[in-house]
Design a protein around this ligand. Structure first.
Ligand code: SAM
Length: 320
């Protein structure tokens, strides 16, 4: 698909370039905020799976830059934003970047060190594996990223804090809901307007972190497995929402909400391009091209192998 054609078919792709966002995903976080007011009172944030960085840009523009530009702000009052990804990211003002795998304990420890014993108010995770097209497989790998996010949550999210994570809706959604409901008072699945209807992607918005009484971080996986067993897990504060095996009137219905201005742009529609008076249209370049895309290595390998052929031809005394 050409750039102009994509600009026409994907209004959020075009708007992202016009407004200086590195990816159209920025609108998803902004639309979640419109509905849930996730940035209110937030000073410390972790952005998991952050590259190329549009969510980190939103965090910087909404939290860091206003604080920095405020006339009476002190260095010690500036928000702390830590972003992690497998891929390197170009710098963003006010965002500390860590390159690493969020499923690896060492990455989690690095993030925790940045908080220096303090706690985060908000943790967001837009992680997505390379999609294989095998739906169960993709859903499983996605759920591993959420669980890695939840591990970090249990170490550094403050009580009352918020966790937002991308999910792929599927048959295990109700199990995930039950697991998250153990730790948060409110759990809602949200579909921002900028996320296409055709995509199984949604975002789980978990508000008011309140782990079970006496919870120890090292017991996380044991506890999650218990929710997944038919005996479930019950206590007075955390209702048993393990609805996967319940049917009919006993089934727990998962709160699901469309968010973002419903009269706003529809991500599944094409919009006419804003033409110049002479009828031409100038497409903008992406705000930040990837700095280490997966195809970079392929290009390097091709260059190296072309060079190899050239050296062999030279050795044979042939004109390469
Ligand atoms: N929120 C980002 C933005 O607004 O620019 C987009 C995130 S992109 C959809 C998904 C990211 O998840 C990719 O950059 C990928 O490298 C990252 N990712 C996938 N698995 C990961 C892992 N195990 N640890 C860290 N990052 C991971």
């Amino acid at each position: 698909m050409g750039k102009a054609s994509r600009d026409k078919r994907d209004i959020y792709y075009r708007k992202a370039k016009e407004e200086g966002w590195r990816a159209r995903s920025a609108f998803k976080l902004l639309q979640i905020d419109e509905e849930f007011k996730i940035f209110e009172g937030v000073k410390r944030v972790v952005d998991l799976c952050a590259a190329p960085g549009s969510w980190s840009q939103v965090l910087s523009r909404k939290l860091y830059l206003p604080a920095k530009l405020s006339p009476d702000s002190k260095e010690s009052d500036l928000p702390l934003i830590v972003a992690i990804d497998l891929q390197p990211m170009a710098p963003i003002e006010g965002v500390i970047q860590v390159q690493g795998d969020i499923t690896n304990a060492r990455t989690a420890e690095t993030v925790i060190r940045h908080f220096d014993g303090g706690k985060a108010d908000l943790i967001v995770c837009d992680g997505a594996p390379d999609v294989t097209g095998l739906h169960d497989m993709d859903e499983f790998v996605q759920s591993q990223l959420i669980l890695a996010g939840l591990t970090i949550v249990t170490h550094i999210l403050k009580k009352g804090g918020t966790f937002i994570a991308k999910v792929f809706r599927g048959k295990d959604t109700s199990l995930l809901y039950s697991q998250l409901k153990l730790f948060f008072m409110e759990v809602t699945f949200a579909k921002p307007k900028s996320s296409r209807n055709s995509s199984i992607e949604a975002f789980v918005v978990c508000v008011n972190y309140s782990p079970p009484e006496g919870f120890r971080e090292e017991d996380l996986y044991r506890l999650l497995e218990k929710v997944g067993s038919p005996s479930g897990i019950l206590d007075d504060d955390h209702q048993d929402c393990s609805s996967a095996w319940l049917e009919g009137p006993n089934k727990v219905y998962i709160p699901f909400l469309a968010c973002g201005d419903l009269a706003g742009y529809d991500s599944d529609r094409s919009y006419p391009l804003p033409r110049n008076p002479d009828g031409s249209y100038r497409t903008l370049d992406p705000v930040q091209p990837p700095i280490a895309p997966p195809y970079k290595r392929a290009l390097e390998m091709r260059k190296a192998s072309n060079h190899g052929v050239q050296v062999s031809l030279e050795k044979l005394g042939l004109d390469p």
